[in-house]
Design a protein around this ligand. Structure first.
Ligand code: GLC
Length: 828
């Protein structure tokens, strides 16, 4: 009886009261009292009545709790956590009722009878605890004010309180607004609670003396798992899995940003993507044959709509055999790729995991010979049906398979393919029921499908990433994936799967990308226009505007739908789409810098309002989830209904500059503004510094000699800009530059200081064009103490080497200055 899985029993009981037997007849077994304990330099080991419990002190704000009902802990690796042996110093005390662990940021009490965890900050605010009476590890007290965020790619409100979620990667074409689960399983969430502010602490809203504190929990278990965030009760929330260990990391903030950053320290961060992957990308199921692809490319260039990438969906292959070309449709693929590349296009091909079970097909033969596909317990290869009909499935939990797959994908790059699009990798099969008994190598430990399902895509993306990295160490791999598990951000960008062309999905495109960002996945986007169904021109217009401010920006549409290219919806929409895509390209240095920040901190590119304004209650309101910020200073309030002529949006504290009207608003208020169809509401926060560059049709088309910097001066503000060659991995060896912009506004002056903090890459920049917003007519403008000449309009300024001009109507001062190692600009 003791051998029964105590943790899963509790869960089974909760899911189906009839199932499972147990020793107390209540449907679950408590972990019990502490029987003995040992202390090591980085962890404690406790023996409980019915379980073993190890507590690892990984970092001052990260504690790992691990329980098993087996005789020992599993030695199998974690696919998510990069470094499992993190440790930090801690103090330990053994009092009669509990053990105490004290780090520089946390105090943990482990009560002895029954064994229960309570976690406090140093001020003894109770941040999180096991439900007192139940005494089992994963029933947590639900505090009345507690709110939850994260859990990755989920539908519904960003706030997850009151709902239950399942983690089981699922192919859900045309999912509903309440569908769960979807393609990704991110077993990480953030809890936010409110505490009375201490007198010496400042809140961002002075009228409130409450401070919100955040913690996160990452549950490192790949089996089907459940997260009940207070659905159907108001006493506790719980999480657990069908099998495996109760192995979770508690992460303390109190800043939400710090929780996300620490989570990404555990599970990894994005690497710098190639800059072209931030450009516009056009996809369709499918563009073929070759003349259609060439036509599409030509159309974009002729119509002067910037674009970097074209996707080839399943029809490029020979009867859906991966790593092949259909030679009737694409007789000379290399030539096509080469020609398109000269025009600045990168081509990405879809690569699904299913390998057609055809004994004459090289990939099938190699996989069989190398024993690289998954099998039934009797040793026969498993076959499931997908696009190619019956197919083998590579075992990505086996090193040899990953290497083989990596090479195959890298070969595509040799042919001139720029990136790889992984789809159907949940893994999806017709019938949606990949058999649980199918066996996987699991790095030699052996496991069945139940354990591997959720990490199949993660390991597939890893195989591709590592294969490309190995064959082309100088290249930055670009992979797009539909499915994933915690850690997927290390290898791939994520798109939100088969959405529908309707307003529900437009709204979901806004929230789901934020949800992914909160969950450590900054590089995400939706199929612009909606994958299935036919968008109206108005819907498409609003979607492409949202897309232009999504980290991943791709239009995609299903077979048998009408064309979805930017010109397919009439002249007005074409011109608005062109304008917004151009603006995205103008803003590429700004977006790129946010990707750099994400690679350093794990923070999202598209940030929910409450990340930047943690103590502002308004930022947690339902409506606030339909706006977000790029970085610290640009607020985006997309219009999410084609019928809307006005948008209600919230401006947090400070002043905000309306991008389109130049109007300045006071913050701390909801405003309603008119939203002409050609505009997506954008606001620069006071102190904001936004770098921009010249227009171009694709990344790298022109040498960027003139660099524009929009400044909304207020007090003292600083912005650091990262730049590199945008394409190679040389930045890893120091080939990048960091430029610091410091702006100080005083009563009668503005000082702009530009300095190179790191000069490892020659930017080839000639001039800066500073646009100082909210400016009065200056008397004098000088650069490094030399007075600049005043010009009457922009045109004459443009033709001069240096100078300034004041645009009265826009109250904007434009300063042109040659790039130097140090620039001191003074406006009086
Ligand atoms: C799946 C993908 C979709 C793709 C289609 C055909 O539905 O989610 O993006 O176009 O398969 O490959």
């Amino acid at each position: 009886m003791k051998r029964l899985l105590i943790f899963s029993i509790l869960l089974i009981f909760k899911l189906s009261p009839a199932a499972g037997s147990d020793k107390n007849g209540k449907g679950f077994i408590f972990a019990g009292d502490v029987k003995s304990f040992s202390k090591f330099d980085d962890h404690l080991e406790l023996k409980l009545d019915n379980a073993l419990c190890n507590v690892y002190i990984a970092a001052p704000n990260i504690i790992r709790f691990r329980y098993t009902n087996q005789d020992e802990f599993s030695k199998a690796p974690s696919y998510s956590v990069l470094e499992q042996s993190l440790k930090t110093q801690f103090q330990f005390a053994d009092s009669s009722k509990f053990y105490e662990i004290r780090t520089k940021e946390l105090i943990v009490h482990i009560s002895k009878s029954p064994c229960r965890i309570s976690i406090y900050n140093l001020g003894m605010d109770l941040i999180n605890e096991d439900e007192k009476a139940f005494g089992v590890s994963f029933d947590k007290t639900l505090f009345p004010d507690e709110q939850f965020y994260g859990l990755g790619e989920k539908t519904g409100s960003l706030n997850k309180r009151g709902n239950q979620y399942t983690m089981w990667n699922s192919d859900q074409p045309g999912y509903s607004p309440t569908e769960d689960p979807l393609y990704q399983s991110i077993t990480f969430f953030i809890g936010i609670r409110e505490f009375p502010g201490k007198s010496n602490e400042k809140t961002t809203r002075p009228e409130s003396n409450k401070l919100k504190q955040a913690y996160g929990i990452f549950f490192d278990n790949t089996y089907k798992s459940y997260f009940n965030m207070g659905a159907s009760n108001n006493r506790f929330y719980w999480f657990g899995a069908e099998k495996g260990e109760m192995d979770y990391y508690f992460i303390y903030g109190p800043e939400i940003k710090k929780v996300i950053s620490s989570y990404s320290q555990l599970t990894g961060r994005i690497e710098m993507p190639p800059m072209w992957a931030l450009g516009y990308q056009q996809s369709r199921w499918s563009y073929f044959p070759e003349p259609n692809v060439r036509n599409l490319a030509e159309n974009f260039r002729n119509r002067n709509i910037p674009i970097d990438v074209i996707y080839l969906d399943i029809h490029y292959m020979d009867e859906y055999r991966v790593f092949t070309w259909n030679k009737e449709r694409f007789p000379e693929p290399q030539k096509m790729l080469n020609d398109l590349s000269k025009e600045g296009f990168k081509i990405i091909t879809i690569v699904d995991p299913g390998v057609k079970a055809d004994s004459n097909y090289f990939a099938a033969k190699e996989g069989i010979a190398g024993n690289l596909f998954v099998k039934y317990p009797d040793g026969k290869f498993y076959n499931g049906e997908v696009w190619p009909s019956w197919s083998f499935f590579p075992d990505f939990t086996k090193k040899e398979t990953r290497e083989w797959w990596g090479e195959k994908n890298a070969d595509l790059l040799k042919d001139g393919i720029a990136g790889i699009w992984n789809d159907m990798n949940e893994p999806a099969v017709w019938g949606q029921a990949f058999p649980d008994i199918v066996q996987f190598d699991f790095e030699g430990f052996g496991a069945n499908h139940k354990r591997i399902h959720n990490v199949y895509a993660l390991e597939m993306a890893r195989a591709t990433f590592e294969g490309i990295r190995k064959m082309f160490p100088e290249k930055r791999p670009f992979i797009l994936t539909r499915a994933g598990f915690s850690g997927i951000q290390r290898y791939a960008a994520v798109w939100t799967g088969d959405n529908l062309a309707n307003e529900d999905h437009l709204r979901m495109a806004c929230t789901m990308v934020q949800g992914l960002g909160i969950s450590g996945i900054p590089f995400a986007g939706s199929d612009v226009g909606g994958f299935m169904g036919i968008p109206t021109a108005g819907l498409y217009n609003r979607w492409i505007q949202l897309g232009a401010f999504s980290p991943f920006f791709r239009g995609h549409s299903a077979y048998n739908t009408i064309p979805h290219e930017p010109w397919a919806f009439g002249e007005d929409v074409e011109s608005w789409a062109r304008d917004i895509i151009k603006l995205r390209y103008r803003l590429l240095p700004f977006f790129y810098n946010e990707f750099y920040n994400a690679s350093q901190t794990g923070l999202p590119v598209s940030r929910s309002m409450f990340l930047n304004f943690q103590n502002d209650d308004e930022c947690y309101k339902w409506d606030s989830q339909y706006q977000f910020m790029i970085g610290d200073n640009l607020l985006v309030a997309p219009v999410l209904s084609e019928k809307e002529n006005f948008k209600k949006l919230y401006l947090p504290e400070g002043k905000w500059f309306d991008w389109w009207t130049n109007k300045i608003y006071e913050g701390n208020q909801w405003i309603i503004i008119e939203v002409p169809q050609r505009e997506i509401p954008l606001f620069i926060r006071e102190g904001g510094i936004i770098p921009m560059q010249q227009e171009q049709n694709y990344v790298g088309e022109k040498k960027i000699e003139e660099f524009e910097v929009k400044i909304f001066p207020s007090g003292s503000s600083v912005y650091q800009l990262y730049e590199d060659d945008g394409i190679t991995t040389n930045y890893k060896n120091g080939a990048f530059s960091l430029t610091k912009f410091k702006v100080d506004k005083n009563i009668n002056s503005v000082e702009i200081n530009v300095s190179k903090e790191k000069d490892g890459f020659d930017l080839g920049r000639k001039d800066y064009l500073f646009k100082v917003l909210d400016s009065a007519l200056p008397e004098r403008v000088s650069v490094n103490n030399n007075d600049l000449k005043s010009f009457k309009d922009l045109k004459s300024l443009n033709s001069a080497a240096e100078g300034f001009c004041y645009l009265k109507d826009e109250q904007t001062l434009v300063i042109k200055a040659a790039d130097k190692k140090n620039l001191n600009i003074s406006v009086r």
